[in-house]
Design a protein around this ligand. Structure first.
Ligand code: HEC
Length: 158
């Protein structure tokens, strides 16, 4: 507060002529500073437009087990029990899902995405995709024991 009151008193026209340029210098410094701050704020909001996807392609998930990957990525949409949900959108159930029988299908969906399901290929290694697909196919009431390998993932990458 003390600082502000000193500055504003300097902005008030002073009867002493030598004080005038000092006040102008403070005022222009303040204007320059305000421009700098507002342009920095604008630049920041331009760098993160709200329409950007939540997961940027620069992000890599670090979890390695299917269980941890599911908990970090998939359950937000498919729900912790894999039952899916419908409301603002439709998130299909992973539980007792016959579409998981052909292992290439879930691998393709996770890597490349499909309609409202975002692609995760850029954020996951081949081993991570295989781990999460194997987790889906052997949990939530699914019992498909033919495990997917990293090589199966590599071939579906664009
Ligand atoms: C942002 C929400 C979202 C996230 C996160 C998400 N999914 Fe999906 N998923 C969807 C939607 C929506 C669909 C339906 C796509 C369609 O219309 O074909 C879907 C479909 C699928 C399907 C196909 C189901 C079927 O019966 O055809 C599989 C398999 C799947 N997701 C697995 C996963 C896995 C594994 C993860 C985590 C790595 C994951 N999903 C993360 C939204 C999501």
């Amino acid at each position: 507060m003390a600082d502000v009151s000193i500055r504003s008193s300097e902005l008030i026209p002073s009867p002493l002529p030598w004080r005038a340029p000092w006040g102008a210098a403070v005022l222009s410094a303040l204007v320059v500073w305000l421009c700098f701050v507002s342009s920095a704020v604008l630049a920041q909001s331009a760098a993160h437009p709200s329409s950007e996807p939540t997961f940027s392609s620069g992000y890599k998930f670090t979890q390695m087990t299917g269980r941890d990957l599911f908990a970090n990525i998939c359950q937000g949409c498919h729900l912790p029990d894999g039952e899916g949900a419908s409301g603002a959108g439709t998130y299909p159930s992973i539980a007792r899902n016959k579409n998981l029988e052909a292992s290439g299908y879930p691998v393709h969906v996770v890597v490349n995405g499909q309609r409202a399901m975002p692609p995760f290929g850029a954020m996951l290694s081949d081993d991570q995709v295989a781990a999460v697909v194997n987790y889906l196919r052997t949990n939530f009431g699914n019992d498909y024991r033919d495990a997917v390998t990293a090589a199966d993932v590599k071939v579906v990458r664009p």
